[in-house]
Write a protein that binds this ligand. Structure first.
Ligand code: ZN
Length: 477
């Protein structure tokens, strides 16, 4: 174990302020700190003597070197959209927040436009727009893309709605630039597809949640933009039918199936009640809904024909109760809005206890049925809202409070509910964190689900790369 971390001294605070300049060193009495202290759900709220907003990799490196020397904790923060408490400072006010939001350069695009080097602080939406300006696609995509930043996406190996076809963040990176705990900079910004020269350092830092190094820039893979995309929305009676539709869609469309999301009736209800302009696509209510995209590389209508045939065949087979294929971009956007607005809209149904889990795709119906029983035992009347990335086996198993229950009393059940749901996940060979990471929220649980060998390897890596333990301490491990 490293020595205990120190409280930042006034001298260190002054020295760090000099590195970034007074306009970008926000002290404890600076009201601009507020945005950096609390995460989006309000579950983690911390204090810090200093928020630093460096403007270059060199400044990040100087900050790390100074904090390492002084044994002071650094909490790297990007768009502050993380959901596991990884990016907010602790309550004791001893950790310094390092915001990457001013690293906003696009450093370059290669001649063939197969890669683009960007700095950590660009939002995911800005990265996607930059790729689009080059006539290319950066396929990482999620509801928070207007505010989450690419550095954070990579540090947490984010998932989202494009994973089915393109993989998660890890699969979309060719190289990285990383500031190490001692202030050295690893320039691994290579754009090679093949580089088989020893240990893969890149994949060590992707998903490390800021505990092994600070990602300051990345070489991202760009792929061709689809020439056409057909969006379909289907209503189904049973979860087994959702699985059958997924298997049918995969068999028919193969790699052209680029999204397969699912929603429950309860989800459609909260969205249509609380999101302006959101409308149920169907006249009758149905227990389950699927939103899927089929993409095509030539604009000849193949994608739409495939989607229409898929829906017709699924209806004939009794899998799908009702279906619509969007006939315009506006209609496709409206259907996607139903899915993307769900997390936000759920707030209107009172307190919710959330899980981000995965199980093998064929076990999803059994998991959701089993989890329903488990939840009912922990809190009778609680209302599960399982939704998400069915095609990846990834469910956001959110549970809203019973209608007439006190919110605080419901949220006090977070631990027993999570233990019960995760118990089922582990039993089914699944993961307790499919795409949100570990942070502080699941740290103690990680120690229970990983083997002694896995934990030992992880601790060895942490000790080797951050011997003083200054980088995001208490997160992940
Ligand atoms: Zn998700």
């Amino acid at each position: 174990m490293p020595n205990p971390l120190a409280i930042p001294s006034p001298e260190l605070i002054a020295r760090l302020g000099t590195i970034v300049g007074p306009a970008h060193a926000l002290g404890a009495d600076d009201e601009r700190q507020a945005a950096y202290l609390v995460e989006p759900r309000g579950k983690y709220r911390g204090r810090t003597p200093l928020v630093l907003r460096p403007g270059s990799t060199a400044e990040v490196a100087a900050i790390a070197a100074a904090c390492n020397e002084a044994r002071v904790a650094l909490v790297p923060q990007s768009g502050n959209t993380g959901l596991v408490g990884g990016q907010t400072p602790g309550e004791d006010g001893a950790e310094i927040v390092l915001s990457l939001g001013r690293l906003r350069q696009i450093r370059g695009v290669d001649q063939a436009r197969t890669s683009m080097i960007v700095e950590a602080g660009l939002t995911l939406a800005e990265v996607r727009a930059a790729a689009e300006r080059e006539g290319r696609l950066f396929p990482l995509s999620m509801a928070s893309e207007g505010s989450c930043q690419i550095g954070g996406n990579l540090a947490t190996n984010a998932g989202g709605v494009g994973v089915l076809a393109h993989g998660n963040a890890r699969q979309q990176v060719l190289g990285l630039e990383v500031v190490l705990a001692d202030g050295r900079v690893w320039d691994g910004l290579r754009t090679l597809k093949k580089d088989n020269t020893g240990y893969d350092l890149r994949d060590l830092f992707i998903g490390c949640e800021g505990t092994l190094g600070i990602i300051t820039a990345a070489a991202l893979k760009l792929v061709p933009r689809p020439a056409e995309v057909a969006t379909a929305f289907a209503a189904l009676s049973r979860l087994e039918d959702v699985l059958a539709l997924f298997q049918h869609a995969e068999a028919m469309a193969g790699g052209a199936l680029t999204a397969f999301e699912f929603l429950p009736r309860f989800g459609i209800e909260v969205v249509t009640q609380h999101v302006p302009g959101a409308r149920d696509p169907f006249p009758d209510p149905h227990p389950w809904y699927v939103l899927l995209d089929i993409s095509g590389s030539t604009a000849d209508g193949t994608a739409e024909r495939t989607a229409l045939t898929l829906m017709a065949e699924a209806a004939a087979a009794g899998i799908v109760a009702d279906a619509t294929v969007a006939d315009s971009l506006a209609r496709a956007r409206a259907l996607w809005r139903l899915r993307e607005a769900m997390s936000e809209a759920q707030k209107h149904a009172g307190g919710s206890i959330k899980h981000d889990i995965s199980v093998p795709v064929p076990l999803l119906p059994a998991f959701i049925a089993g989890a329903g029983c488990v939840v009912e035992r922990v809190c009778p009347g609680a209302r599960p809202m399982p939704f998400g990335h069915f095609g990846d086996g990834n469910v956001h198993y959110n549970v809203s409070q019973p209608r007439d229950m006190d919110t605080a009393r419901f949220l006090a059940l977070w631990q027993p509910m999570q233990d019960a749901v995760h118990g089922l996940v582990v039993e089914m060979g699944g993961s307790i964190s499919a795409e949100h990471g570990i942070g502080r929220m699941k740290r103690d649980e990680l120690a229970r689900v990983k083997s002694a060998v896995e934990l030992d390897l992880m601790r060895s890596l942490k000790a080797a790369l951050d011997p003083n333990g200054i980088l995001n301490p208490g997160r992940v491990l």
